[in-house]
Ligand binder design. Structure first.
Ligand SMILES: [Zn+2]
Length: 480
């Protein structure tokens, strides 16, 4: 069966056929670096990583681009409050974001352009929109995109020239009084949005020169310009959270298609800005919308500080279908830990039995898993396949049905599947130094025949979340 995705643009599940297969240009709206990313943001980033990994597994050569929004309303406010230089201020959150991405086992995007390094492309795109009469300079000196002009523009094949491609809009009812300058505006309203924001005193030193006076780009034009510049006029795949579909992504389409691309390529090739749009659904935390005041607001580092691993968090984030609203809970994280322990135990036994044996992946697991993910990344089905395999493999191991070669083949099959899931093995070094020191103390106590002390240490390890197993090769730590 061919690989299929649900395309928000057509509201249909379609076979994935990139413009120049096997190459795939993929853009994902990256973080706005004014704070640490929260777990809701990371649902989208982990989802993008899963899309990319599956495409790579299916033989596509993915060029994964994720922008860093390092100039935007909220950032400007914080820079103003802290008195720091923009680069200095955003640097700390860019570094933190990369650490979080690594902790969650995400492959780093091939390119991570920063908005402030691509101002020239933004100015070029705005100039094209001005030339076509789709943008205007308002009394406040800012440049806005005209939705009315865009809708009335001459249509060309491949461009809908329609505002409301990703969401259904009622332009008559959802019209506000005038243009909006804010990057994030009322989702109930359709409005002419800012392409270039004229400099105001609060911007301090954050401004660039332009043909329309000093100022800074709007958030929406940043993504259009960077994606078109790097991936070309018209590319395959745009991924993001569903909260960005309107107005952000809708505005990206309007600007890009209105301008015909950064170099007129959309008109020449008669194709849309983006062929496939994939949106990940909202994340609830403990059953509610995440908010600092409700106490259910978690950054990745908050969860790590509670003793969970990035692997636990990743497993939970990819345990449900990306188009379903998912309820992320601390209980769920405990469940993820248990699920991973079951897999680790099974693969650990296979590893022991296989020894040095090497074999090609056994086909059954890989085929069923691939079929599940080819079906619009149906992870629920894929996890069902994985846990059936764990159960059957455990049975076969217990029944002595596997020889080392067969064990190696099953292990290789898991390795293939995990190349897509991205969970990785649990390194033994993951046990904290404190736990490892206790293991040594326990060995010493046993040698000295101080069994009461040895038992007490077992209790101390348990409090740290570890259990100890005595094997022929010595004591082994396992997560509880
Ligand atoms: Zn974006």
């Amino acid at each position: 069966m061919a690989l299929r995705f649900f395309n928000t643009l057509t509201r249909a599940t379609e076979e994935f056929a990139p413009i120049a297969a096997p190459a795939v240009g993929m853009y994902c709206c990256g973080p706005t670096v004014y704070d640490f990313g929260h777990i809701g943001n990371f649902r989208t980033f982990v989802f993008s990583d899963l899309v990319r990994r599956h495409l790579e597994f299916r033989g596509f050569a993915v060029n994964h681009v994720m922008n860093i929004t390092d100039v935007e309303d909220k950032i400007i406010r914080r820079v103003h409050e802290t008195g720091l230089d923009l680069r200095e201020y955003t640097r700390q959150y860019i570094d933190a974001f990369l650490q979080d991405l690594d902790a969650l086992g995400c492959r780093r995007p091939h390119q991570m352009p920063r908005a402030t390094d691509h101002i020239a492309a933004m100015l070029r795109l705005i100039a094209r929109l001005m030339e076509r009469g789709l943008a205007y300079r308002a009394a406040d000196g800012s440049v806005y995109f005209s939705i009315d002009k865009y809708r009335a523009a001459e249509r060309w094949p491949g461009c809908a020239c329609r505002y409301g491609q990703l969401v259904n809009l009622n332009l008559e009812e959802q019209r506000p009084a005038g243009p909006v300058k804010a990057d994030e505006y009322d989702k109930e309203h359709v409005a002419d949005f800012a392409l270039w924001k004229a400099r105001v005193p609060e911007d301090g030193g954050v401004f660039w020169e332009s043909p329309w006076g000093p100022g800074r780009p709007g958030w929406h034009i940043e993504c259009s310009a960077m994606s078109l510049e790097i991936l070309g006029d018209g590319f395959d795949l745009h991924v993001g959270g569903e909260d960005l579909a309107f107005p952000h992504h809708e505005d990206e389409i309007a600007q890009s298609e209105g301008a015909g691309g950064l170099a007129g390529g959309l008109w020449e090739a008669r194709r849309p800005f983006v062929k496939y749009w994939l949106h990940a659904a909202h994340l609830l935390v403990e059953g509610r919308k995440m908010s600092k005041s409700l106490g259910n607001y978690f950054t990745v580092r908050d969860l790590l500080a509670r003793g969970f691993t990035g692997r636990d968090v990743r497993q939970l984030l990819i345990s449900a279908h990306y188009r379903e609203t998912f309820n992320f809970t601390l209980d769920g994280l405990e469940g993820a830990r248990t699920a991973l322990a079951r897999i680790d135990e099974c693969t650990g036994k296979l590893r022991e039995l296989a020894g040095p044996a090497i074999a090609a992946p056994a086909p059954a697991l890989v085929e069923a898993f691939t079929a599940a993910l080819d079906d619009d990344l149906n992870v629920s089905k894929a996890w069902g396949v994985v846990f059936d395999w764990v159960r059957d493999t455990n049975r076969a191991l217990a029944g002595g049905e596997l020889d080392p070669t067969r064990a190696a083949a099953e292990l290789a099959a898991w390795g293939t599947v995990d190349g897509v899931l991205g969970l990785g093995g649990r390194p033994s070094a993951e046990a904290p130094a404190e736990a490892l020191a206790l293991v040594e103390a326990r060995t010493a106590a046993k040698k000295a025949k101080d069994f009461a002390r040895a038992d007490a240490i077992r209790g101390e390890l348990k409090a740290l979340g570890w259990t100890i197993e005595d094997t022929a090769k010595g004591p082994k730590l396992k997560r509880i």
